[in-house]
Design a protein. Structure first.
Length: 558
């Protein structure tokens, strides 16, 4: 059982933005953050995170809560499991009143193994020669914790001699069990590269063979703390520069990252033997950097750059592509003293969307009408993944690249820009055109929710039914009820809390529109007796509306 004091300490240190950004892409939106809700399908972001209130709310499906609630829903965990997951993400050690179920022991074992690997490097002549030949300095070796692992039995003997629990080492993906009994090391006779989470805690290892093994590089297997599809090598060391310089360089391997950092390009990271995936995007989004894809200029590098460019541009990233020429990779160029040329290349990359358009077109023979048609369809499908403004901006480029008229691309469907709070169905007799007055009505309601002392004077002037589709929301605020609508209203930064003068002005404006609408409705209603109709028309036209227009707050109950 997790100790209650430890739970409270964890809660006090949770940053909901940091936690949720580990799972989904989020974008700054004023004082809040927005995202596409992970709990229901949508194209227009309606999921809002408030860093001030430390809560989230989706205006589409109504789900909301704190960071713990989010992790519970996203990971399908119970409350204690969610606490443990958050503690792992934060590198926070929970205290347990019974037993010890956190990941601190696992990380302790991995740290000890890393120390062992690191200490082995001095005695590994071939490994050190390889690193030196690639231009890696002793300072970089120390900075990135580069090490060496020898024969399988050597690691097993180390674990046994230091009393490190073998099951924990297996849980961390360092060793595995044999069918015949006993354990063996997953990495053998390899240069080792420790892999850290974004918070800087060790989660696994990568290894580069020095014996010409067919698998040149291998990584730790998937574990409860290691997911290679989410992690970026070097991110914990690069993130300060990424945030400061608003730039992030994505390259292809461990040595590229190390050599980039060694040459002063400290914003460099790399994927772990995988292509860039949607799971990487939340990490790439942090700090809102400009992304530079720095890949080898060979066929594999071009293919990887194309896939990454499609993924990034389709998800709203700004960036460029740099393909290193003449079969060289960034590490080779830096090692050979061409750091200045590398800097020039990084500064003159091709923007993502033009790169995609040209690469897609290059796959077809544009002199063949059938091939051109296929190229057009592929380019059009790609353009439709972009935002309307970006799409329209690049239609001329696509037109020129393919040699077709711009009109062929048509107009992309526009996405609604305004999201509203969950609403009930509008009644058959709608009392006011709230489609034009949503923000005004909701500002009144939010002000009353925030300044409850004003409720009494407001309900003397209006009834909840006068607010049409927002009747239930106003009634909930008056009754001090907590529900999804109220929570959503509280977190929506587009709806402002007014001072008393602003509230009175807003109420006068609302009441004037309301009674103007009533006047028209009464005039056209043939069901009202003539004498009563005449009285109501005179009352509204000669008394209520002039007083409201003159700045007086007045109400008339029919």
């Amino acid at each position: 059982m997790i100790d209650n004091a430890s739970v409270e300490q964890l809660k006090n240190n949770i940053d909901i933005v940091d936690i949720i950004s580990n799972y989904i892409e989020i974008k700054k939106a004023g004082a809040n953050f927005k995202a596409n809700c992970p709990f229901h399908g949508e194209k227009t972001p309606s999921f809002v995170i408030s860093p001030v209130k430390q809560i989230f709310h989706c205006f589409g499906c109504g789900i909301g809560g704190d960071a713990i609630k989010f992790v519970q829903e996203h990971e399908k965990l119970n409350y204690p499991e969610a606490l443990e997951k958050i503690a792992s993400l934060m590198n926070f050690s929970l205290a347990y009143s019974q037993g010890n179920n956190d990941n601190s022991e696992l990380r302790r074992v991995l740290e000890q193994i890393q120390n062992y690997y690191s200490s082995n490097l001095d005695g590994a002549v071939i490994a050190k020669k390889y690193l030196y030949d690639r231009g890696v300095t002793q300072q970089s070796i120390a900075q990135f914790g580069i090490g060496f692992v020898g024969k399988s039995h050597e690691l097993i003997n180390f674990l046994s001699a230091t009393l490190l629990p073998l099951p924990k080492a297996q849980e961390g993906g360092v060793i595995d069990s044999r069918e015949s009994g006993g354990y063996y090391a997953r990495l053998t006779e390899r240069i080792t590269f420790p892999i850290y989470s974004s918070s800087g805690s060790i989660v696994g290892f990568g290894g580069r063979t020095i014996t010409n093994h067919p698998a040149k590089y291998i990584n730790s297997p998937q574990t409860k703390i290691f997911n290679k599809s989410q992690l970026l090598y070097g991110y914990s060391k690069a993130k300060e520069s990424i945030y400061k310089n608003k730039k992030l360089i994505v390259c292809e391997g461990y040595l590229d990252v190390i050599m980039f950092h060694q040459a002063g390009f400290t914003e460099a990271v790399a994927t772990l033997g995988t292509a860039l995936t949607a799971e990487h995007l939340p990490s790439l989004r942090k700090g809102d950097p400009n992304i530079i894809l720095a890949y080898d200029g060979d066929k594999a590098g071009i293919t990887a750059a194309l896939k990454a460019s499609i993924l990034l541009s389709g998800n709203g990233f700004d960036g460029s592509v740099v393909l290193f020429p003449d079969g060289k990779d960034p590490a080779d160029m830096i090692a050979s003293g061409e750091a200045n040329n590398v800097s020039s290349l990084l500064g003159s990359g091709q923007p993502l969307t033009p790169f995609v358009l040209e690469m897609l077109s290059r796959n077809y023979d544009l002199t063949n009408p059938r091939q051109k048609e296929l190229a057009f369809k592929e380019v059009q499908a790609y353009l439709d993944t972009l935002s309307p403004i970006i799409r329209d901006a690049y239609i001329p480029h696509a037109s020129m690249t393919l040699g077709v008229r711009e009109s062929f691309f048509g107009v992309a469907p526009r996405t609604p820009l305004i999201e509203k709070l969950p609403q009930r169905e509008t009644s058959m007799v709608e009392v006011v055109d709230v489609a034009k007055d949503d923000v005004g009505l909701l500002s009144i309601i939010k002000t009353l929710e925030d300044k409850r002392g004003l409720i009494a004077q407001v309900i003397d002037l209006v009834e909840p039914s006068m607010f049409g589709r927002y009747e239930m929301l106003l009634q909930a605020v008056i009754n001090n009820e907590e529900n999804q609508g109220v929570a959503g209203l509280r977190i929506d930064e587009n709806i402002k809390v007014m001072n008393e003068d602003e509230l009175n002005h807003s109420l006068r404006s609302f009441l004037f529109k309301y009674y103007t609408f009533q006047l028209k409705k009464i005039t056209l209603d043939n069901e009202i007796p003539l004498i009563k109709k005449s009285f109501l028309i005179r009352k509204i036209k000669m008394d209520v509306l002039p007083r409201l227009k003159g700045g007086e707050l007045v109400s008339y109950k029919f």
